[in-house]
Design a protein around this ligand. Structure first.
Ligand SMILES: O=P(O)(O)OC[C@H]1O[C@@H](O)[C@@H](O)[C@@H](O)[C@@H]1O
Length: 600
């Protein structure tokens, strides 16, 4: 098949009979499980063995077990007490400041807003009472025999000890535990608080504090303890985790996707991603939000789950590339996720803060610039985007406010409504009023900030908790760019697609994003082998057409990596050259990928 057979946008006539979407992408790190222990019996035996070995040449041994937020604390403490032999057992929580003082300390970052706080600059040490810390330190320093020290920030209180175990937690699992009211936020007893309160405290405070602390420990981890699956704990040597992270930072990989229902959620992902058919709907799939996702690392027969942000912390330069690292630091700036409204409803009519506004009000260095890639659509699919020519901004804001009482807002009077079809790409620079309508399957390709959605109108419906979702007209009116009207929107934001290259069996197009956004997107239609280069910046791709493709290294630098329809995958900057071609049942058929990277 030659390139004349490639038609940009042509749909492949395929029937997706069975889902081949991999929901648990595990990365093989070590062929055997000699550095990984599963189950409390084996875990405590290994820890005890290590302690005993140390005691052969030193009389006193300190085992420090530091934890992330969201660990089942009582259960962990009890298990360690029951299964280890020790002379003293120290719980660093006893050195926390008074809860009232901690609440006062975090309040400026937590604020009274239902959704938004401000990113904290607090450090883990701020949670502890200096006098109590001194006492604990003395107690540990003078401890005879074996001392076990346990708690969030334990290593910040008493140092790394002789053996350091880190109990990490995946963000998604923490959120599920918060929803079930099973865990507390850092330094407080609040497990009965609402999920949104706990999430806000996690997002703006706890996870910032503990991520900063974690980064100081990673090189010293003797072990990582994975208790994400409560009844299937796993312990891995720190050297093996570090080796795994190094491996992943040099090859294409996927993070673990997670799926969540919503008031507008749809039915498409159930089929394509093979989800529980009895669930009412699935709205979101987060499949490249490394701050929230996790990695599955395989050691022999055991699979260990760790937060994928650990990779950004450990190998930012190989993963992100020099210029992205310089610009964003240890953050992953690109986000891919799905928004499924097939047989569901409209998203909220919304707007995101401008760069200045997000910095000033919420403390972030870059903003929620977005785009909607239409992965699939029904006949009636639309995107609301940009305000209509000549509308009166004051009137629109007044009507939005009134709508909170009247339950009516004539969105079409003020906002353009554009029909969309499969493979359209809609660009949404921050400050543009927007909303994806029902019967669409959106692949969102955006900058990473993801909770700064100022809802303007939620179509008079309730959230899943039976209450109206929070509306943010006061924020919204300050950031809407009123000059993004009909013609401008059409010209600049809808299908600004340009063919920029071709080769044997492939075509390359630039599809966005808008010049004001830092992400560039390239789409390739191909039946042959497409040459790619990371350009020394991290690449994020999704197979947007075709059942299966294979990613290969021309120099054999990494093992061939197979991806399936709708799977997002990350290619670290350090990979350099790679190719993508149809594979398996897609050989001879047209496939397509969309690739995102940070502009130079
Ligand atoms: O849940 P609502 O407010 O309808 O928004 C759904 C989604 O819309 C998108 O444009 C993004 O802003 C997402 O971050 C958001 O989750």
């Amino acid at each position: 098949m030659d390139r004349s057979d490639l038609v940009a946008g042509a749909e492949v006539n395929e029937t997706r009979i069975t889902s081949n979407y991999d929901k648990h992408p595990a990365i093989r790190v070590e062929a055997t499980d000699e550095n990984c222990w599963a189950g409390w019996k084996h875990i405590s035996t290994q820890l005890q063995k290590h302690v005993n070995e140390r005691r052969q040449y030193q009389p006193n041994v300190v085992l420090v077990v530091d934890c992330y937020q969201g660990v089942y604390w009582e259960s962990l403490e009890k298990t360690l007490r029951d299964t280890l032999e020790y002379d003293s057992f120290v719980v660093t929580r006893t050195a926390y400041k008074e809860e009232e003082d901690i609440r006062e300390m975090v309040y400026p970052y937590l604020t009274d807003d239902r959704v938004f706080g401000k990113l904290t600059s607090l450090e883990i040490q701020d949670y502890f009472d200096p006098k109590a810390v001194e006492t604990l330190k003395k107690q540990v320093a003078s401890g005879q025999g074996v001392t076990v020290v346990v708690g969030e920030g334990a290593a910040a209180v008493v140092g790394h000890g002789d053996i350091l175990v880190y109990v990490d937690m995946a963000r998604w699992e923490i959120q599920l535990r918060m929803r079930r009211h099973e865990v507390n936020n850092l330094g407080v007893q609040n497990q009965q608080a609402t999920f949104s309160q706990q999430y806000k405290q996690g997002f703006f405070i706890d996870w910032r504090v503990l991520d900063r602390h974690k980064q100081t420990l990673m090189d010293s981890w003797d072990y990582v303890l994975d208790t994400n699956k409560h009844n299937e704990p796993k312990l891995v040597r720190g050297t093996s985790i570090r080796q795994g992270l190094k491996l992943v930072s040099n090859k294409p990989f996927r993070v673990v996707p997670f799926f969540d229902p919503g008031p507008w959620g749809g039915q498409w992902m159930k089929e394509v991603c093979d989800l529980d058919k009895s669930a009412e709907n699935y709205a979101w799939c987060f499949d490249c939000v490394p701050e929230e996702n996790s990695l599955l690392l395989r050691f022999g027969q055991h699979v260990v789950e760790i937060p994928s942000i650990n990779l950004v912390f450990a190998y930012p330069q190989s993963l992100l590339g020099q210029h992205v690292y310089q610009r964003f630091g240890r953050e992953f700036p690109i986000r891919f996720d799905f928004l499924d409204t097939m047989e569901g409803g409209n998203l909220s009519l919304q707007v995101h803060p401008t760069k200045e506004y997000i910095k000033e009000h919420f403390g972030l260095d870059y903003t929620q610039d977005e785009s909607y890639y239409m992965l699939d659509t029904r006949e009636d699919a639309v995107v609301y985007l940009g305000t209509k020519n000549g509308i009166d901004p004051t009137e629109m804001i007044d009507k939005l406010r009134e709508a909170q009482q009247t339950s009516r807002f004539d969105a079409e009077k003020y906002v353009n409504k554009w029909p969309v079809k499969k493979h359209d790409h809609v660009l949404i620079p921050a400050g543009t009023v927007h909303c994806s309508g029902r019967n669409s399957m959106v692949l969102e390709i955006s900058a990473t900030p993801y909770i700064f959605t100022f809802k303007l109108w939620d179509w008079d419906r309730l959230g899943l908790d039976g209450k109206p979702r929070p509306i943010h007209i006061d924020h919204g009116e300050k950031v809407i760019q009123w000059d993004r009207q009909t013609e401008w929107t059409k010209k600049n934001l809808i299908n600004a697609i340009e063919k920029i290259g071709e080769g044997d069996g492939w075509i390359e197009e630039k599809t966005g994003l808008h010049a004001s956004q830092f992400i560039e997107t390239r789409r390739h239609w191909f039946t042959g082998t497409v040459p790619h280069h990371t350009g020394n910046t991290v690449n994020v791709l999704n197979l947007i057409e075709g059942r299966e493709a294979i990613v290969e290294s021309p120099s054999g630098a990494f093992e061939p990596f197979v991806v399936h329809y709708a799977e997002t995958f990350i290619v670290p900057a350090a990979v350099g050259e790679y190719t993508v071609r149809p594979h398996g049942e897609s050989v001879g058929q047209q496939c397509a990928t969309i690739k995102a990277f940070v502009r130079n």
